[in-house]
Design a protein around this ligand. Structure first.
Ligand code: SF4
Length: 224
């Protein structure tokens, strides 16, 4: 990757982010505190895609921060990737909310909101040209693979995504954090298997490895 190419990609992402900052295509565009365009390496091998910003992300304008973000960072570290090595985005760039009469609560993005916002995600894919897309949770996976996608049955499998970009899905870190008892370790083992599949693809001869760190045999299942 030449310096000029990297610079061009960074500039395009900055321009697109500025556009998103002004976007009011959906009602949530006027309710949000900050748009959350996404962040990371403009030349990343992996594009991580979640559902949408939550309260903390909305407040700070950054994706996957707080406890779910910390768990994501541990998940990535388990396969030798730092947060800075990937690009992190969401299917929608504004926090979807509803008013429960007391405060704004998170909700899933509507199909219309996801459709309105999709060009921004498609542009991110076109600019970054990742070698793989890692979907976190069913909504992100369904946005690429259709409504019949089953996260419990089809996570960890590879699919053709936009422009033939390989897509793989695993459980969302926020979902893992909501689990209790034996479900926690059992789900982390599934996630570890999915992450190993991602690492294996990145290490394959036809793609350049991203990280120099060896993948540990026992990742400690990303801590607690
Ligand atoms: S969710 Fe996306 S399309 Fe809708 S207002 Fe926000 S940036 Fe615009």
């Amino acid at each position: 990757m030449s310096v000029a190419e990297r610079s061009a990609r960074e500039q395009r992402l900055a321009n697109a982010s500025a556009l998103v900052d002004r976007c009011r295509k959906c009602e949530i565009g006027s309710i949000r505190t900050n748009a959350v365009y996404g962040e990371g390496d403009a030349c990343a091998a992996v594009l991580v895609v979640g559902e949408g910003p939550g309260e903390t992300e909305d407040a700070q304008g950054r994706p996957f921060i707080g406890r779910a973000g910390q768990l994501l960072e541990r998940m990535l570290a388990a396969i030798g990737l730092a947060r800075e090595d990937v690009f992190i985005a969401n299917t929608v760039k504004c926090r979807p909310t509803f008013d429960d009469g007391v405060r704004l609560r998170n909700r899933a993005p509507s199909p219309d909101e996801m459709a309105n916002c999709r060009p921004y995600l498609d542009e991110q894919i076109e600019i970054i040209r990742p070698r793989a897309i890692l979907c976190l949770g069913a909504p992100a996976a369904k946005s690429f693979l259709g409504p019949k996608f089953s996260i419990s049955k089809q996570r960890g499998q590879w699919f053709d995504g936009p422009n033939g970009t390989p897509v793989i899905a695993t459980f969302h870190p926020a979902y893992i954090l909501r689990l209790t008892g034996g479900e926690v370790e059992a789900t982390k083992r599934l996630v570890w298997a999915d992450l190993k599949a991602l690492r294996t693809r990145l290490d394959a001869p036809e793609v350049s490895p991203v990280a120099e760190e060896p993948v540990p045999e026992q990742p400690g299942l990303f801590g607690s």
